[in-house]
Write a protein that binds this ligand. Structure first.
Ligand SMILES: [Zn+2]
Ligand SMILES: [Zn+2]
Length: 213
């Protein structure tokens, strides 16, 4: 299973990007169901729900202050079954997961770790993982800086769509593309964490990797 976790990619952004040519690869995958994140719709809580299959009440992660999981995650389940798993992250460890994340710094100083995360994920595709979870951050970063559906954010979605294409095409097995929360406009910028549609509803796409047959 390859899980592509696109931080801050709300369902309304998915609909706009796929209908207006900013996510040409994702647009060609089976269409997404609207999925419900958790409250508060922030990274730690959405991520914890995603990897434990439980609500904040059960896993103890409600906000950015919480890092410890009170419920086992899919990484514990993978380890129990003798499966090889990895979590590929940016430069900050977000949750204390049973599998230590592989962190990536912005080596080329281009303002994003997503290119380094993409390179690390590509390398991992050659290493026979059973479960690979790759967390891209740049859609969230652009959303905060420029707004949820600004041209710059849509442009960043297009860059990430290119990363998604390469990884899905080279993966042998199931793929899930999902987000932790969405993003709403705040003037010329964006934010999330509120009880509202743009923040709480996210895409959930399941597909087959290109090398599956
Ligand atoms: Zn996030
Ligand atoms: Zn954010």
């Amino acid at each position: 299973m390859l899980v592509l976790f696109l931080d801050g990619f709300g369902y309304h952004q998915y609909l706009k990007a796929t209908s207006e040519g900013f996510a040409p690869f994702i647009a060609g995958l089976p269409p997404s169901e609207p999925a419900l994140s958790v409250y508060r719709p922030v990274t730690n809580a959405g991520f914890a729900a995603m990897i434990t299959g439980t609500t904040p009440e059960e896993n103890g992660v409600y906000s950015r202050e919480h890092k410890d999981l009170k419920a086992p995650s899919i990484f514990a389940a993978a380890a129990e079954r003798g499966k090889k798993a990895a979590l590929i992250e940016g430069h900050i460890k977000i949750l204390n997961t049973e599998t230590e994340p592989q962190l990536n710094i912005d080596e080329n100083n281009d303002g994003s770790t997503d290119d380094e995360i993409f390179a690390a994920a590509q390398k991992s595709l050659q290493e026979n993982y059973d479960l690979l979870l790759v967390h891209f951050h740049s859609i969230d970063d652009a959303g905060h800086s420029y707004g949820d559906i600004s041209p710059k954010t849509l442009g960043q979605i297009k860059i990430v769509d290119g990363y998604v294409r390469e990884l899905v095409e080279d993966w042998s097995g199931k793929v899930i593309i999902v987000a932790d929360h969405g993003m709403h406009a705040e003037g010329d910028a964006g934010g999330h964490g509120q009880f509202r549609y743009e923040d709480l509803i996210v895409p959930y796409i399941t597909a087959e990797g290109g090398q599956s047959r």
